[in-house]
Design a protein around this ligand. Structure first.
Ligand SMILES: Cc1cc2nc3c(=O)[nH]c(=O)nc-3n(C[C@H](O)[C@H](O)[C@H](O)COP(=O)(O)OP(=O)(O)OC[C@H]3O[C@@H](n4cnc5c(N)ncnc54)[C@H](O)[C@@H]3O)c2cc1C
Length: 614
């Protein structure tokens, strides 16, 4: 008798199932209740929603706020700004939709108790930059989670969703999801009429700079394990722009954020010899990207590019000049508080390395790449746009519905709209939930049904790593290497190395080409074969095993997309050595992919970029 047969199965029926209770998931849960008073709204979270997701330890700024009540910015301005930052390739309908709704979400946060900083003279929210407002945000996530908790029929914490379930009669319609409780090991079958995926982005698909014990020290949350991409990919949803991975310039070793330093404290960078270097790379960058280098603000990737080139030229390290700003006691306080509200680790790193920014200019570094849809890049699912402003080929159903019926997404999950950040992700969750409620109401008698045989089979698959371990462990007396199983950590390190060396990570100076990508895909294929032999010692390792499975699927998608786009669109994020320049003639387009789970094939295509804002 296998281990899985002894496990309890808990069945839950829902009208709306929200997967992931981070910023987008809390927004979706809150809004689903508003429009669906009598609906059963369930939110499933692998951690605990009070402190889960990328915002878990708090934030110091809300990065997307228009300030329309004071006529500070209009949604069109934000679309222009974000479009420029992603070198022209953005779903402007989705971005506009978020921008026009984001302010009201921020007002809700304040109403729910989030302390906002205000300008003492104007009484308006204290601006950090054109789009950012400053908050006392240590409790940002618990405050937002409370609203979701009160709205949900039930929140299921500590349940990792591993697979989606499809409808018995309509194979292109979602019908629910399965997963397991990471504490009790119970198996959960969720049957739902609509599913909204809000499961964050992807870290740890590339080898991080910090290895060994420091491995958890990455910029993006280490628990962002690519479920938001793997779940839809595996049921055939189209993905977009998965090659648009992000690389961050951050304070070295602690990944402390630099936004408040640049924008509010007006600090600047210099090379290891104390010289300004950005302007020296102007001609070189213009050669690669043409006029994009003249756009203001300079796109994030191009600022990375200057840093990378200066370091390659042997004039590193790049430092942030803090010594001047920190002479002002007010700015000094802001500088430290910025970390205490969201990245305490950076303050600790500086203390341990004898760095007082008042007397020493701290080093910056560029991170390993991450995949996400809510920050300065916009990888993710290809989603239907808003009825009133999406061009017809961007609209095939309900707002934020993917190319799978009944499957919606928000936040990092949905591609095409960069610069959502925390507030925009929450707002997009609300947008998706409103549409999902309409979808459920329109279903009438045509209700989705799940196949018992399918979820019973998945039960075996989900718990198989426990069985692999229990059987294989007897073959060795000590150590972690067994002839019969692969531990999740071993698999993760193998994945990170493949992505690093073949798909443009830090080890290859973010550079790749067709032969490297081709070999990378072969190696990913071999890794996938071995994943059937993952061994999990306990439930914690079982979670790691499924996180790895999801990361591998997302990595394969990133590799295919990187291969398909034959240009270097975002120098500073990655380089195609065989196509070193930006090519607007052939590649001013989106790249879309669809994975066919029957054949295991990936199909890639181009889609036009429609500019709806001048
Ligand atoms: C270091 C850092 C600094 C940032 N700074 C700022 C800032 O200053 N200002 C700002 O506005 N924004 C900032 N952001 C961006 C902001 O945090 C994100 O845009 C936002 O959290 C994205 O929302 P999301 O819901 O898509 O993902 P998340 O908020 O990360 O939520 C995803 C949720 O899904 C859960 N989950 C994942 N997989 C599964 C699964 N398989 N089953 C069940 N649950 C699952 C996760 O546990 C998590 O709770 C920052 C992000 C990071 C990483």
């Amino acid at each position: 008798m296998g281990l899985f047969t002894r496990r309890k199965t808990v069945s839950v029926d829902a009208d709306i199932l929200v997967i992931g209770g981070g910023m987008a998931g809390c927004g979706a849960t809150y809004e689903a209740r508003y429009w669906g008073r009598d609906l059963k709204v369930i939110c499933v979270e692998k951690a605990h929603i009070d402190r889960s997701g990328a915002v878990a330890q708090g934030l110091y700024a809300i990065n997307t706020y228009m300030g329309m009540q004071w006529d500070e910015n209009q949604p069109e301005d934000h679309v222009r700004y974000a479009r420029n930052d992603v070198m022209g390739l953005m779903r402007e309908d989705l971005a506009y939709d978020i921008a026009r709704h984001v302010d009201s979400s921020v007002h809700k946060f304040e109403e729910w108790g989030l302390p906002m900083m205000r300008d003492p003279e104007t009484g308006r929210y204290q601006r950090e930059g054109k789009w950012q407002i400053m908050i006392h945000g240590e409790s940002y996530k618990p405050i937002v989670a409370e609203a979701a908790r009160k709205a949900a029929t039930k929140i299921y914490n500590r349940i990792m969703v591993t697979h989606l379930l499809m409808d018995k009669t309509k194979p292109k319609r979602v019908a629910g999801a399965v997963g397991f409780n990471v504490r009790t090991g119970d198996y959960y079958v969720f049957r739902a009429k609509a599913v909204i995926i809000c499961a964050g982005g992807a870290s740890h698909i590339y080898k991080p700079r910090a290895a060994g014990e420091g491995m958890g020290r990455t910029w993006y949350a280490p628990w962002s394990s690519a479920s938001c991409y793997a779940l839809p990919i595996l049921v055939g949803a189209k993905m977009m722009q998965m090659e648009n991975r992000i690389v961050l310039t951050r304070f070295k070793d602690g990944y402390g954020p630099v936004g408040a330093y640049f924008l509010h404290l007006k600090t600047y960078t210099e090379n290891g010899y104390g010289d300004e270097y950005e302007s020296k790379w102007y001609d070189h960058t213009k050669e690669i990207v043409g006029d994009y280098v003249d756009h203001l603000p300079v796109p994030t990737c191009l600022r990375n590019h200057a840093i990378l080139e200066e370091i390659k030229a042997g004039r590193g390290p790049i430092r942030m000049v803090t010594k001047e700003a920190f002479q002002d006691p007010h700015k000094e306080t802001i500088g430290w508080e910025n970390f205490l509200g969201m990245t305490i680790g950076q303050a600790v790193v500086w203390a341990s390395q004898n760095i007082d920014p008042k007397h020493t200019n701290p080093e910056l570094t560029t991170s390993e790449p991450y995949v996400m849809g809510s920050h300065a890049t916009c990888s993710g699912a290809w989603a239907s746009g808003p009825e009133d402003c999406a061009p017809s080929d961007y609209q095939w159903g309900y707002n934020r519905m993917m190319t799978v019926d009944g499957l919606f997404g928000a936040g990092d999950t949905v591609g095409g709209a960069a610069h959502k950040f925390s507030s925009g992700s929450f707002a997009e969750g609300r947008i998706a939930a409103k549409a999902a409620v309409n979808y459920v109401n329109d279903l009438g008698k045509d209700q989705p049904q799940v196949r018992e045989a399918e979820y019973e089979e998945l039960k075996k698959t989900v718990f198989q790593p426990l069985e692999n371990y229990e059987v294989g462990r007897n073959e060795i007396v000590a150590g972690t290497v067994s002839p019969s199983y692969l531990l999740p950590l071993h698999g993760l390190q193998r994945l990170e190395q493949i992505m690093d060396e073949y798909v443009g990570g830090i080890g290859s100076n973010y550079t790749t080409n067709e032969p490297l990508l081709t070999r990378g895909l072969e190696l990913l294929g071999m890794l996938k074969e071995d994943l059937d032999h993952l061994g999990a010692e306990d439930l914690h390792q079982l979670q790691r095993a499924w996180e790895l499975q999801h990361r591998v699927v997302a990595s394969e998608s990133v590799t295919h997309h990187t291969m398909f786009r034959k240009e270097t669109r975002w120098p500073g994020y990655y380089y195609r050595g065989d196509h070193p320049k930006l090519d607007d003639t052939d590649w001013h387009c989106f790249t879309l992919s669809r994975y066919d789970r029957e054949s295991g094939e990936w199909n890639l295509e181009k889609a036009p970029v429609h500019h709806i804002i001048d």
